[in-house]
Design a protein around this ligand. Structure first.
Ligand SMILES: Cc1cc2nc3c(=O)[nH]c(=O)nc-3n(C[C@H](O)[C@H](O)[C@H](O)COP(=O)(O)OP(=O)(O)OC[C@H]3O[C@@H](n4cnc5c(N)ncnc54)[C@H](O)[C@@H]3O)c2cc1C
Length: 389
């Protein structure tokens, strides 16, 4: 990778160490997993053992207690190296919610195990088939019965549920009262998947265009101890939203890594590939889209740093987190497009490893939040335009 694309100057030791791990997981590893639909167990355990997945867990619970930016740098380097942080990123982005809203007993019970890797905290259950982006109208219910909640309903697109021991689950614990807020009455439960599987919880994998390990979840009288309620009953959506700025900023780093990956491949190939007796990169039709994508990546990179700095300083950063997510997803997609076009027919050869990353980069414009919903937030939340929903 050229110096211009080597990533920022901050956390150089972390960047080097993550890159060193990733070198042992080349593109053939990821293609092999796609062929069988297998989970990246070896990769995730190595990152866990090296302590990278506990970067955001406070030191008192066995983690590194690092800044959000450090977590982001880890994810960025994974992606810039061609690896897939989607295999394990949820543990980082859910951590802020558990640390902020979990009880002392919950933190003492779960965080040390998550820090050592004994417990996998990789699943986050919000989306439902009938409500989609309209989270407040989700239909999965949890009704109190003695010292447990009884959960009934369905979720969709829930990543890594078969490779996680714990899941945060957003459920409706009370109906919206007449004249009340739609966002009230939702609560977050911490589900121990090991206890629940086969006892009210059914998980069915969904076959998709990427090896993202997404699933449909069905709940039929699944019991969750009341002690596993995270935060306040009825205020769950607020707790989830609290964690969303960190999620947006962390995942933005993945797109920055994707952009670097594509730009590195595109520039190398544009220099080397000779057609009509000259390197194709000499043609402005090839050179300019790469140059433009580079400029977009640089601008998005600066924006992400600013968003992360605000988050780490404890300042409000909803606007910055959302804009960072938008800009990085677009920058990665445009870099992917330039890379694809530069490679001509070879772009679709699996061996070149561009099409795999291209498929992944496309998803960043849909999940965890779609581009339209970010624009809607900017439109009504920042600019005060009328709301579409
Ligand atoms: C690979 C992958 C992994 C995922 N992992 C998880 C997970 O682990 N946990 C989880 O809970 N969810 C997960 N999701 C779900 C993801 O968060 C949703 O797909 C996403 O929020 C969009 O919801 P939807 O698919 O229901 O789209 P819909 O809400 O049906 O929207 C469809 C389209 O309509 C647009 N739209 C809707 N309303 C408006 C509006 N008012 N204005 C403009 N446009 C609008 C949307 O932007 C979108 O483009 C995952 C999804 C994918 C693809």
């Amino acid at each position: 990778m050229s110096t211009a694309l080597s990533g920022g100057e901050d956390y150089p030791e972390i960047r080097d160490a993550v890159r060193a791990i990733c070198r042992d997981y080349p593109s053939a590893y990821w293609r092999g997993l796609e062929d069988t639909g297998a989970y990246a167990t070896a990769f995730v355990s190595e990152l866990t053992k090296a302590g990278y997945l506990s970067a955001l867990i406070p030191e008192e619970f066995g983690g590194a207690g690092m800044a959000l930016r450090a977590g982001g740098v880890i994810l960025e380097e994974i992606h810039a190296s061609g690896c897939e942080a989607e295999t394990c990123h949820a543990q980082m982005y859910m951590m802020k919610m558990l640390v902020r809203h979990g009880t002392a007993a919950q933190k003492a019970r779960y965080l040390p195990g998550i820090a050592t890797g004994e417990l996998r905290f990789q699943s986050f259950g919000v989306t439902e088939p009938t409500s989609g982006s309209d989270t407040a109208s989700l239909k999965t219910t949890a009704v109190r019965d003695g010292n447990a909640y009884v959960v009934n309903g369905q979720k969709v697109w829930i990543s890594r549920a078969l490779h996680s021991d714990l899941m945060t689950l957003l459920v409706r614990t009370s109906p919206v009262e007449a004249g009340g807020k739609r966002t009230d009455g939702l609560s977050v439960l911490l589900v121990d998947i090991r206890d629940a599987l086969g006892k009210g919880l059914t998980i069915r994998p969904i076959d998709t265009m990427v090896n993202h390990q997404v699933n449909e979840l069905f709940f039929e009288n699944m019991r969750v101890p009341v002690a596993n309620l995270i935060g306040q009953e009825g205020k769950g959506l607020r707790h989830i939203f609290d964690g969303m700025n960190s999620e947006r900023i962390l995942i933005s780093h993945e797109s920055l890594g994707d952009a670097r990956f594509f730009l590195g491949k595109a520039t190398a190939y544009a220099r080397d590939r000779v057609v009509f007796g000259k390197p194709i990169g000499q043609n402005q039709g090839i050179q300019f889209p790469i140059a433009k994508a580079y400029a977009e990546w640089r601008a998005a990179d600066q924006f992400v740093r600013m968003a992360a700095a605000k988050f780490d300083a404890g300042e409000p950063c909803g606007e910055e987190a959302n804009i960072a997510k938008l800009l990085t997803a677009e920058a990665a997609w445009n870099a992917g497009e330039a890379c694809m076009q530069t490679h001509g027919g070879f772009a679709i050869a699996r061996e070149f490893d561009i099409e795999r990353k291209w498929r992944h980069a496309r998803i960043q414009r849909i999940a965890p939040i779609s581009t339209n919903l970010i624009l809607a937030f900017i439109g009504h939340g920042v600019l005060g335009l009328p709301k579409s929903y």
